[in-house]
Ligand binder design. Structure first.
Ligand code: DAH
Length: 344
């Protein structure tokens, strides 16, 4: 028995658990109800009366050693995740961390791109500094069209119409660049920044963002346009969002329309956002005017197409209820932080 206790004593002294589980195993082995110490005390009963004194002392000291060791280790290791020791619980959820935030316009742009990519649209871009041809003339704007006026357009160089250079006033210019550079079919969306000479207020800005869409192929019809945009709206604002088309006019489309959706805020019941009409306009669209196709070197007898253009701020506004356009460009962290995501 003495030899056994000596061996256990050495074992206890050398014991150094790597985690709480090992310490618990130690407790069960030595101090548990079926543990070694209990067993030794059982054996002690049959020790001869002469030896009882010495062994009793040895046994008690051994028990105290085991208990002291256990208590000391428990202090250090603890039992929870806040333990001071090297106890590591890999099953606990991690601490999330905050990365920077995406700008709401980027969130909206990425979402729009995702939806149209699934329909086979590619993404195209064009320059923000444009010539008169791509921004106006090729798009069938008459010479005297008011949009060419100094009031609306930021001209960089005024050379009597044809050779004017300006900041593009819409992303429709990218349509022209795309059609000039390639052969049909075309199926693309074109996001980008556009500029207009407007006084900055909550509702107008001198620059904003648009997404242009173009689909040109044989036999493209107005029903393709309607179905594509209907699908887009269901994806972006949810199933059940209603759409309606109102006749309109753009120089580069014939026929032209504006598309409204049932108000995303009140669901059509009427609120401030939809000026109590239940509908909000989100884009302009139409069948590409044959003149535009011809201007870009495309046979308008063989090919037809549809186009659409929407303001990204408007789309974001309806998604996030951002009532002041200036917030998009002020980079106020209190605004941007609201779009922050936590990464786990
Ligand atoms: N370019 C127009 C604008 O700036 C938007 C637009 C309307 C684009 C109809 C289109 C279209 O492609 O078909 O307001």
């Amino acid at each position: 028995m003495q030899a056994q206790i000596d061996q256990y004593t050495a074992e206890i002294n050398a014991f150094s658990p790597a985690n709480a589980d090992e310490l618990e195993a130690f407790r069960i082995k030595f101090l548990g109800t079926k543990g070694i110490i209990k067993d030794l005390f059982e054996q002690f009963k049959s020790v001869s009366p002469e030896e009882k004194r010495t062994f009793g002392k040895v046994l008690n000291e051994f028990k105290q050693l085991a208990e002291a060791k256990y208590n000391e280790l428990k202090e250090n290791i603890g039992s929870g995740p806040q333990s001071k020791g090297n106890d590591l619980d890999l099953t606990l959820p991690g601490d999330g961390f905050i990365v920077g935030s995406r700008h709401p316009l980027s969130l909206v742009r990425n979402e729009i791109i995702d939806i149209f990519k699934r329909l086979g649209f590619v993404v195209a871009e064009g320059p923000e500094i444009e010539d008169d041809w791509h921004n106006f003339s090729a798009l069938n704007f008459p010479d005297e069209h008011p949009a060419r006026d100094m009031q609306d357009t930021f001209f960089i160089k005024k050379n009597n119409g044809k050779d004017d250079i300006a900041l593009r006033t819409h992303t429709s210019s990218v349509q022209v660049r795309m059609m000039e550079a390639g052969k049909p079919p075309f199926r693309a969306i074109m996001p980008g920044r556009v500029y207009r000479n407007e006084a900055i207020s909550a509702r107008a800005h001198c620059f904003f963002h648009q997404v242009e869409g173009l689909y040109v192929d044989e036999n493209v019809s107005f029903s393709d346009l309607k179905q594509t945009l209907y699908h887009f709206v269901q994806e972006l604002y949810g199933e059940g969002t209603r759409v309606r088309f109102r006749p309109s006019y753009f120089p580069f489309t014939e026929p032209s329309a504006e598309m409204d959706i049932s108000c995303t805020i009140c669901g059509g019941a009427g609120c401030n956002m939809c000026k109590h009409s239940g509908w909000v306009e989100i884009l302009g669209c139409g069948m590409v005017d044959p003149n535009v196709l011809e201007n870009c070197g495309i046979d308008s007898k063989k090919y037809t197409g549809f186009a659409f253009g929407m303001g990204m701020e408007r789309i974001a506004n309806l998604k996030y209820v951002i009532r002041d356009l200036r917030l998009f460009s002020e980079n106020d962290v209190r605004f941007l932080k609201q779009f922050q995501t936590e990464i786990l």
